[in-house]
Design a protein around this ligand. Sequence first.
Ligand SMILES: [Zn+2]
Length: 126
Amino acid sequence: MLIDEIVAHSREEDPNECCGLVGGANGAATTVYRARNEFESPLRYNVHPEDLLRITTEIEDRGEELAAIYHSHTASEAYPSQTDINLARNWPDPVYLICSLAAPEPEVRGFAIRDGGVEEVELVVD
Ligand SMILES: [Zn+2]
């Protein structure tokens, strides 16, 4: 399951934030692509530019579209930070998935972040 892959990646990078992209087709998420966090930081992330180029090319080659961008919050809740909201200004279309490891049970939530506004989206998990 895709969510499990995101949780596994989050745990592997803990205490740093992890990040990656999710490819989709016909409105359904199909593939998780792990990326490096350019900042290697517990407080912020940026998809490493080399990985971004490699993965977006792969998504195109497979006939998928970019469905989501994910990252982890290792010590805070699964809700976009102000930094996340600012980062999303450059890229308003994908869903932003945040995996929180702050509680004993990991939690993944999805958000649309547009024009500085945050709206939770329901995740359909297959
Ligand atoms: Zn964040």
